[in-house]
Structure formats: structure tokens, C-alpha cells
Design a protein around this ligand. Structure first.
Ligand SMILES: NC(=O)c1ccc[n+]([C@@H]2O[C@H](COP(=O)([O-])OP(=O)(O)OC[C@H]3O[C@@H](n4cnc5c(N)ncnc54)[C@H](O)[C@@H]3O)[C@@H](O)[C@H]2O)c1
Ligand SMILES: [Zn+2]
Length: 408
């Protein structure tokens, strides 16, 4: 199939995601700052907070979330969104049951154990990120993490209210590299946490990366991505709004529409061209229109691209064939924006193709899977027979001995 010469519609086989912008100047700078903090401790954290944000780090005592003077309808919305996110987390937690089996050598199994202390970074930025506070702190609470520290350079009432609703056990007003370092190394009475989650700018992400030996971190959530798989019958107005919505997160955010219907793509292109704002998104390649030969090629493209958000608006495609995505939205009722705010599943999701190997944030992120074993009297003999032969071959004499002494 050929597309018109002046068209922005591209054959999907000829399109590839650009690699992320190099953060070459940010990474060394952040590494240097972290080294200074490691050496100089709290004093350096305070100095950087003054230098970059103009305030000293400050503990804020959280009030009940409905005492922040927010508009009543916003309080209701936070409650409803929070309850749905909580219900999803609870559902997931309930499915994860500790389990053991018995065999002739004893009892063997595994159990889920929450990480004790976690930190959630809530970006400062231009907007009070209510949803980020809910999406990071609620799963940690439902997982059973005992200490859940929120950090943000913003003390906007909506952020504090959301952190309070989501059950933060402490709120430290601090931003950037120094916030991540305070969580990882400890700061004054704050003991080091074991895991740091949450989005942020390139300094925040570089700090998380730089401290990933000290603490567990979640996947770096880069610029937002959406891929829509569309048949000829989609509601164009809806999916155009979805594409523009994800594009508005960030100038580097990208929304892709793929279809085997050239007619549909041309119609969408015309609709975009008729609106200055949307036309600019197309021109800036924040919206991309891709033509496939077949549904098989659409599926193959989707699995290779591994989008953060995947909207399946093609009734011919079996969802089970889609294997790489952060979050799947099935049918065009399922606006990605619902997932951003309030449907329940998490919005902190892997980007840049890392969805082919990693998962978004969830209750699971905050749990360790531990194995347990209790060897029986009979097992003592049987396992010694097996293990001591291997220990002998490895020439680990005390390993061998610790088994042979038990075998008689
Ligand atoms: N993927 C997601 O789910 C998601 C959700 C929300 C936000 N985000 C992203 O989070 C980011 C928020 O960024 P932000 O900047 O608004 O808030 P931020 O809180 O991430 O960063 C602000 C901090 O950056 C530090 N900083 C600024 N300039 C610095 C410099 N030159 N050197 C060292 N430190 C410096 C300051 O200490 C400041 O407190 C955006 O990129 C947004 O796209 C992503
Ligand atoms: Zn979004």
C-alpha cells in the first residue's frame, strides 16, 4: 500500500523509537553531588536544598486529608480514586498467598514479606501531583511496608492531602538529588529506607540510578508513551483525545496509532490537520500514524515496541497475543487517562521499551519473595546422600561434613 506524498502516515516497518536523549552532563554532576553527600552527610543535604530550592529540608506533620481546605468535590474525587487504587492493591495482595508443599524430605515453600521502610518521591514541578502520591504510597501501605516516607519539594495542600489519604507515615519537604540521598543514606532522625520509588526529573532519576546499590529502586519512568491498535471502526474523536492526552505529559512524550486501514489513518490525519494544536503534535512527531499490512504485523510491531500504555481498539486482535506492555487498556471505553488517575491499576509504568522485561509499580514491587524449608528426619538422610556427593566433587569439605554428620 502506498501513502500520499505529503502524508505523515508511515509504514510501520520503517519506524523505530529514537533512543533516549543522552543525560551526559546530568549524570556526572549528580554522581559528584552524591559523592559529596556521602562524605559530608546532612550538612551537604541542607546546603543543596538551599542552593537548588531555596529552603531547608523540613518535616511536615500531616493532618487528616479532608482538613486541607480543598474544594469538597476534589476531596470526594481523591477519596474515590484512592479507594479504587486501594481496592486494586488489596485484590492483588490477596492473590499472593504464602505457600508450602510437603514431600518425602520435608516442607518447602515461599512467603511474601514487605520491605520495611520505603520512600516515595512526589515531584514538585508545576502541578500538585495528587495521583503520584496515591499511586506510590497506597500499594506500599497495602503491601504492608511499615514506614512510608513521602518526599517532595512541594508542600501544596493537595499534595499533602493526597499523601495523608495514601497513608504516608512521614512527609519531608525536600526535592531533587538531595531528597533521594536523604532517603537512601538517612537524614537527621530519618533512618535510611530500603526502597525509593516515584517519578521525577532527570536529576531525580539520575540520583535513583546512582544510589541503586544502596537502595532498591523502581524502573525509571521516562516520557509517557501510548500505542493504539485500531481497526477501521474506532471512535476517532476519542482516540485523538487519548493521543493528545499522553502527548501533553512531556514534550518528549509520544502517542502512536497503528492500523491496517489506510482510510482510517487518512481520516485521523485530516482531523488532526484541522486543529492547530493537534496539527502541531503531528508535526512535532508527538503523534505518529503508522500503517500496517495486517493485524499480524500490528501485533508484531506492538510486541517489539513494548509501549508503556497499550490501547487495544481492534476487535480482531486477541489480547493474549500482546505480550509486551506496561498496562493494557482493552476496548475504546478504556481511556488511558482513567488509568492515570482513578481506575485502580498503577500509572507508574516502564517506558522506552523496558516493558519487554519489567513491570510497573504495584503491591508486588514492595514485597520480597522468601523461601523457607524444614527438612524432616527422613529428609536428613536422603538429602545428605545427594548433597555430600556434590560437595565432594566441589571439594568443599565442610559442606560435605555438615551433611555426613547428619546422615547417621
Ligand atoms: N512517568 C510518570 O509517571 C511521571 C509522573 C509525574 C511526573 N513525571 C515527571 O516528573 C518530572 C517532574 O519534574 P520537576 O522538575 O517538575 O520536579 P522534580 O520534583 O522531579 O524536580 C525538582 C527538583 O529538581 C532539582 N533540580 C532542579 N534543577 C537542578 C539542577 N540544575 N541541578 C540539580 N538539581 C536540580 C531541585 O532540587 C528540585 O527540587 C517531569 O519530568 C515529569 O514528566 C513523570
Ligand atoms: Zn497520562
Amino acid at each position: 500500500m502506498q501513502t500520499k506524498n505529503d502524508s505523515q502516515i508511515t509504514q510501520c516497518s520503517q519506524w523505530q523509537r529514537e533512543s533516549s536523549n543522552s543525560q551526559s552532563d546530568v549524570e556526572p554532576k549528580v554522581r559528584q553531588l552524591l559523592a559529596e553527600i556521602a562524605q559530608q552527610g546532612d550538612e551537604k543535604i541542607e546546603q543543596l536544598s538551599q542552593e537548588f530550592d531555596g529552603f531547608s529540608p523540613q518535616w511536615i506533620k500531616l493532618k487528616p486529608y479532608d482538613e486541607y481546605g480543598l474544594e469538597a468535590s476534589l476531596v470526594d474525587a481523591i477519596t474515590s480514586a484512592g479507594e479504587r487504587i486501594e481496592a486494586f492493591s488489596q485484590f492483588q495482595r490477596d492473590k499472593l498467598t504464602d505457600s508450602t508443599y510437603l514431600d518425602d524430605c520435608g516442607e518447602f515453600g515461599f512467603r511474601y514479606q514487605a520491605i520495611e521502610r520505603i520512600g516515595a518521591y512526589i515531584p514538585g514541578g508545576r502541578f500538585p501531583l495528587i495521583s503520584t502520591a496515591l499511586m506510590t504510597l497506597i500499594p506500599a501501605k497495602l503491601a504492608g511496608c511499615q514506614s512510608r516516607i513521602a518526599c517532595s519539594p512541594s508542600d501544596h495542600p493537595a499534595v499533602l492531602a493526597a499523601a495523608s489519604f495514601a497513608g504516608a507515615t512521614g512527609f519531608l519537604k525536600i526535592g531533587g538529588v538531595q531528597a533521594i540521598a536523604a532517603l537512601a543514606y538517612g537524614y537527621k532522625e530519618l533512618e535510611p529506607v530500603q526502597m525509593v520509588v516515584g517519578p521525577g526529573n532527570q536529576y531525580v532519576n539520575a540520583a535513583k540510578q546512582g544510589l541503586s546499590q544502596q537502595v532498591q529502586i523502581d524502573a525509571a519512568a521516562g516520557p509517557s508513551e501510548l500505542l493504539i491498535l485500531a481497526d477501521a471502526n474506532i471512535n476517532q474523536e476519542w482516540v485523538i483525545a487519548d493521543m493528545a492526552a499522553q502527548a501533553e505529559h512531556d514534550p518528549q512524550a509520544q502517542s502512536l496509532l497503528i492500523s491496517d486501514s489506510l482510510e482510517l489513518l487518512e481520516s485521523v490525519e485530516m482531523a488532526l490537520a484541522a486543529d492547530d494544536e493537534l496539527a502541531k503534535l503531528l508535526e512535532d512527531k508527538q503523534i505518529i500514524l503508522l500503517l500496517a499490512d495486517s493485524t499480524a504485523q500490528m501485533i508484531e510491531f506492538s510486541n517489539r515496541y513494548a509501549p508503556e500504555h497499550l490501547l487495544l481498539a481492534d476487535q480482531r486482535i486477541n489480547q493474549d497475543l500482546l505480550i509486551n506492555f506496561g498496562s493494557l487498556f482493552i476496548g475504546e471505553n478504556s481511556a488511558v487517562a482513567y488509568g492515570d488517575y482513578c481506575s485502580g491499576p498503577n500509572h507508574t509504568l516502564p517506558t522506552m521499551g523496558t516493558a519487554n522485561r519489567s513491570s510497573g509499580l504495584s503491591v508486588l514491587s514492595f514485597l520480597k519473595v522468601q523461601s523457607v524449608q524444614a527438612v524432616s528426619e527422613i529428609g536428613r538422610q536422603k538429602l545428605s546422600d545427594i548433597g555430600q556427593k556434590i560437595a565432594e566433587a566441589e571439594q568443599l569439605v565442610w559442606h560435605q561434613k555438615s551433611m555426613t554428620v547428619r546422615s547417621s
